[in-house]
Design a binder for this molecule. Structure first.
Ligand SMILES: CC(C)(COP(=O)(O)OP(=O)(O)OC[C@H]1O[C@@H](n2cnc3c(N)ncnc32)[C@H](O)[C@@H]1OP(=O)(O)O)[C@@H](O)C(=O)NCCC(=O)NCCS
Length: 245
């Protein structure tokens, strides 16, 4: 397939289509991350060159992805806590006029009917090149393993070590990164935090959550904690930090 890479902000004609393509297939709770909500406006405005679309000859979006620039000293200790913290750190660094050296790939998505053809690797490569042009020498990503929601009881530190018989990562999305030469670093235990009222969580789960406690909600990587007295549910999702060459 012949695809061209476009900077998201340069193609307002595709924004409505992008909303459709990139909102498809996600559980509703994923759109309720207050830290991400608070930072997304500035991320879009300031780091637009790091948000890309792969577009076919008929102006149909095939895939896309975006990232943020942070300063990272290359050690595990200095990694952002995860996705949310990467957004916070990128915005703070920009406000302080600090110099970034690392691209954090925050998301990549392939149109549903085009998945499984290696397009994600093209998105990751295009993002890494955009990062390089912006002077970002390192590339890291808090990866949300695509199959983890089936194994909610397994700690991420364990899940990320699962392998297929051929020695490659068990999870397909981790496998894509691995195949590109990326190293799996460590779990990002507090990558995204999604919150809502009990009624909202009941709607997102599709069933009642009658008492305070811990529940398995479809699509969530780990159990959701419900506190009926506080009328609050919280999902603290772990990701896996990977580092690209
Ligand atoms: C995760 C994602 C980006 C991977 O993109 P992709 O272009 O399909 O990736 P690849 O073609 O490299 O496929 C990777 C592996 O996943 C498998 N795969 C991909 N799509 C699949 C699907 N819909 N169902 C089952 N397996 C699938 C492929 O067979 C491949 O396995 P292999 O290593 O055995 O060959 C894409 O599936 C996607 O957009 N998912 C929804 C959004 C998402 O989860 N993004 C990541 C978090 S930001």
């Amino acid at each position: 397939m012949d695809l061209t890479t476009a900077v998201f902000n340069d193609r307002p004609d595709l924004h409505e289509q992008a909303d459709e393509v990139f909102s498809a297939g996600w559980p509703e709770f994923i759109f309720h991350d207050p830290v991400a909500d608070r930072h997304m406006g500035r991320v879009r405005e300031w780091f637009g060159e790091l948000s890309l679309l792969l577009v076919d000859g008929a102006n149909r979006i095939a895939a896309g992805g975006w990232g943020v620039p942070v300063r990272w000293d290359g050690t595990l200790d200095d990694l952002p806590a995860g996705y949310d913290d990467a957004l916070v750190r990128s915005v703070r660094l920009h406000e302080e006029a600090g110099e970034a050296n690392t691209l954090v790939i925050a998301a990549a998505q392939v149109r549903k009917d085009l998945q499984g053809r290696g397009l994600a690797a093209e998105v990751l490569r295009a993002l890494a090149s955009a990062g390089e042009r912006a002077g970002l020498a390192h590339v890291i990503a808090p990866v949300r393993p695509a199959s983890k929601a089936r194994y909610v009881l397994t700690p991420m530190a364990q899940f990320m070590t699962w392998q297929r018989a051929d020695g490659t990562p068990f999870d397909p999305w981790l496998r894509t990164h691995h195949r590109m030469g990326a190293r799996l670093l460590c779990p990002a235990e507090r990558s995204m935090v999604m919150t809502g009222s009990v009624a909202q969580w009941e709607e997102w789960a599709g069933f009642e959550l009658p008492v305070s406690g811990t529940y398995v909600v479809p699509g969530a990587l780990v159990p959701v904690h419900i506190d009926r007295a506080a009328d609050r549910g919280e999902l603290v999702e772990p990701n896996v930090w990977v580092r690209h060459r």
